[in-house]
Design a protein around this ligand. Structure first.
Ligand code: GTP
Ligand code: MG
Length: 175
């Protein structure tokens, strides 16, 4: 597998207020923040407390995501909600591909936060999109408020960079 010295996670979302900053703060303090700043400070989680033993750098974005940069060895966590799912394919995947070197691939994780507020799982809607786009490594339903799937979410993101399951090459691109 790839040798990666540091993991970069960039949190972006399709609409503001989906809970990026809360997710980071819940991960770090294991507690839902009542008062949440616009952006969390950039932090690096030390190797010895991550499941894959690789330091993980987490970058938060707020509001307008037009300045999101994509780096090698990074995974993107995209906040989604049911009403903006189509933007994943119409807007986000093209935008991220645009900003990525031709031969590197940024694994994406779709994050459905605030699962404490919804009664129905959105997996049925998400699965067909996942199957269609190999860049989408996985999807997670979680809640910063209930601390549900929070450490799992960041673990999946680490794993997506270290052990991507996407294709190593696309047959269609090979002439
Ligand atoms: P921007 O920085 O403005 O783009 O927002 P953000 O994506 O960082 O969201 P933020 O963490 O500021 O959360 C927005 C609002 O949603 C706040 O009022 C949070 O308390 C609330 N919130 C965040 N996560 C959850 C959650 O899991 N459940 C519930 N019920 N509310 C949440
Ligand atoms: Mg924020």
């Amino acid at each position: 597998h790839k040798s990666v010295s540091r993991n970069d996670l960039r949190l972006a979302d399709l609409k503001p207020r989906l809970g990026k900053t809360s997710l980071i703060m819940s991960l770090v303090s294991e507690e839902f923040p009542d008062d949440v700043p616009l952006r969390a400070e950039e932090i690096t989680i030390p190797a010895d407390v991550t499941p894959e033993r690789v330091p993980t750098h987490i970058v938060d974005y707020s509001g307008n995501n037009s300045n999101v940069t994509v780096h090698h060895n990074s995974a993107g966590l995209l906040g989604i909600d049911m009403f903006s799912l189509t933007q994943v394919t119409s807007h986000w995947i093209p935008l991220i591909n645009d900003r990525t070197d031709k031969d590197s691939r940024v694994p994406l994780i779709l994050v459905g936060n605030k699962s404490d507020l919804v009664e129905h799982s959105s997996m049925e809607t998400i699965l067909p999109i996942m199957n269609q786009y190999s860049d989408i490594e996985t999807c997670v339903e979680c809640s910063a408020k209930n601390l549900k799937n929070i450490s799992e979410l960041f673990y999946y993101a680490q794993k997506a960079v270290l052990h991507p399951t996407g294709p190593l090459y696309c047959p269609e691109e090979k002439e």
